[in-house]
Design a protein around this ligand. Structure first.
Ligand code: ADP
Length: 303
């Protein structure tokens, strides 16, 4: 099967700084591909290049067989986009927002009306068709933005931080919707700062830093290849003294704020030792994608 999105040797500079630097990416159809990276890594610029909203300095973009940005108008009719910030029209109801958006795609009123019951059911907004946008909660607005992106029944959907700002319940509902789309064979390109979201949804992840892909693989592969299997997070008053001997019990230690992260293959030794330290509290857990991300991109703030 041909890839719905191919980026080859893509570069883009602003004011002499390369923010996308020789990027190659081919999405597999029917899979969810995650684009992760610290702030300023070039994720949004990559999405904008992929959608033909801006032109690359070098390299090529093939979106659904169309060269970008030359054929952007044609290609964009066939994709769905969930932007980072909701752009629903507050003067319209839920139904009117879907109708207006569908018309951008050249759809007829009847065609969109026929699709509205499905979109409302998909977004858990059945019964809300005539509700004004301002009566919706943040989670409902986000679900409507997702439903709106499906108005033209796209096979490829771009999602730019779809759950930022939502509470855990609302995030779970969005995840349920995204899993349903993946189950239907849709291809997703997802940017997120939530590693649990990426771990849960993505088949393949590309971690970007300074405009380059630094690693690529499934969440499980990345965890297996780049991090020790166990983490013990340690904090408490006695940390300063204990820190000096921590390296005898762990393969690798990292300090972040008031917490010491001990990475190890043999957590039993660390835990046994910590049981005898009343001034310390700890949490033992399996390593996750966030540990990989922080190891590869560092713990320093980027903005
Ligand atoms: P991310 O989405 O990973 O946070 P972006 O792609 O938004 O990163 O930005 C990458 C870098 O490019 C940042 O340093 C940002 O300031 C810069 N940048 C993005 N768009 C523009 C623009 N239109 N003009 C100048 N600089 C830009």
């Amino acid at each position: 099967m041909t890839s719905p999105l191919k980026l080859a040797g893509l570069s883009k500079s602003y004011a002499g700084v390369r923010v996308v630097d020789g990027l190659d990416l081919e999405l597999e159809p029917g899979r969810c591909h995650g684009l992760l990276g610290p702030n300023g890594a070039g994720k949004t610029t990559t999405l904008r290049l992929a959608l033909g909203l801006i032109s690359a300095d070098t390299g090529t973009v093939d979106l659904l067989g169309y060269p970008m940005p030359a054929e952007a108008a044609l290609a964009r009719r066939k994709v769905g986009v969930v932007p980072q910030i909701d752009s629903l029209d507050p003067d319209f109801t839920v139904r009117e927002n879907l109708l207006t958006y569908g018309r951008y795609f050249g759809m007829k009123g009847r065609e969109i009306e026929a699709r509205i019951p499905y979109l409302l059911e998909f977004s858990g907004l059945a019964g809300k068709a005539d509700a004004p946008i301002n009566n919706l909660s943040g989670g409902m607005k986000r679900r409507l933005t997702l439903a709106r992106a499906l108005v033209n029944d796209p096979d490829l959907i771009f999602l730019d931080e779809p759950t930022t700002g939502l509470d855990p319940q609302a995030r779970h509902l969005i995840w349920q919707g995204l899993r349903r789309l993946i189950g239907q064979g849709k291809t997703l390109l997802l940017t997120t700062h939530f590693m649990d979201e990426a771990e849960r949804l993505c088949d393949v992840i590309s971690v970007l830093d300074q405009g380059r892909v630094i690693v690529r693989g499934s969440p499980r592969e990345l965890i297996k290849q780049h991090i020790e299997p166990h983490v013990v997070e340690i904090y408490g008053d006695a940390m300063a003294e204990w820190k000096t001997c921590a390296s005898t019990f762990c393969r690798r230690c990292e300090e972040a704020g008031e917490t010491l992260f001990c990475y190890t293959d043999t957590p039993e030794r660390v835990v046994e030792e910590l049981e005898n330290q009343p001034g310390l509290r700890y949490l033992h857990r399996p390593a996750n994608l966030e540990d990989v991300f922080l190891k590869l991109t560092g713990r320093d703030l980027r903005d």
